[in-house]
Design a protein around this ligand. Structure first.
Ligand code: SAM
Length: 223
């Protein structure tokens, strides 16, 4: 049986890659990536050349048989997403579930590293003994229900949000008067910043600095 290495990759800064991850990239026979151009940039930076295959949310099920056949032949397959840890609001879980079900002898190993979730929590300065991670909120159906749950949560809630919807989200949270919020933007990149305050204060900040309404955001709502 082969090995499936699930590798966390940088969320911005290309130096955020572990020595073990680089060794796995060098040793593997093929890399399955959400976007082959993104992983290609990383591998080129470290002077590694490997056959690249695409595996994104749309192709995950279709590529599963192909990956299982490779593992049966004893290949060492690497799985990466665009950034951060595969399977965390990213493809990977369905494939891994199937490999576990169909090839019980296969080694599935985590090569841990960056994730926007843990990076944001690590610098938020809040108690993280308990928290709920919701990933991306639904855009339409079910959104109001989730927002109501966030409003009454007694433990911190962590969300991923896109720049197109961050102001909308802050507006929707206007009624959460007692909550504080921390937004970690562009982690590990040149324009990294962390903004904390009441929802009103953070909303005011982004309305005033509209040029900061871009990039990638982790939102932490603290009751
Ligand atoms: N699997 C990834 C991880 O482990 O962090 C998350 C993938 S999810 C598709 C992408 C979302 O993660 C972005 O929309 C943003 O909310 C968050 N994110 C990714 N990189 C980030 C960064 N450098 N700074 C802040 N948030 C980031």
């Amino acid at each position: 049986m082969g090995t499936l290495s699930v590798i966390a990759t940088p969320i911005g800064n290309l130096e955020d890659i572990t020595l073990r991850a680089l060794r796995m990239f060098r040793e593997c026979s093929v890399v399955y990536a959400e976007d082959t151009r993104v992983v290609s940039k990383l591998l080129t930076h470290y002077d590694i050349q490997k056959p690249l295959q695409r595996l994104d949310a749309a192709t995950e099920t279709k590529k599963t048989d192909e990956i299982i056949a490779r593992l049966e032949m004893g290949e060492h397959v690497v799985l990466v997403s665009d950034a951060g840890t595969p399977g965390i609001s990213d493809p990977g879980a369905r494939l891994i579930g199937k490999v576990r079900e169909r090839l019980s002898g296969t080694v599935i190993e985590a090569i841990p590293g960056p994730s926007a979730l843990t990076a944001a929590l690590s610098i938020a300065g809040i108690c993280t003994t308990e928290f709920t991670f919701l990933g991306f909120l639904p855009h339409k159906k079910g959104r109001q229900t989730v927002l109501k749950k966030i409003a009454v949560s007694e433990i911190p809630i962590v969300l991923y949000e896109s720049p197109h919807r961050i102001l909308k989200l802050l507006k929707e949270m206007e009624t959460f008067r007692s909550s504080r919020i921390t937004i970690a933007r562009e982690l590990t990149k040149i324009h990294e910043e962390v903004i904390s305050g009441s929802i009103e204060e953070v909303q005011e900040y982004f309305l005033k600095h509209s040029d900061h309404v871009r990039g990638e955001f982790v939102v932490i709502v603290v009751p």
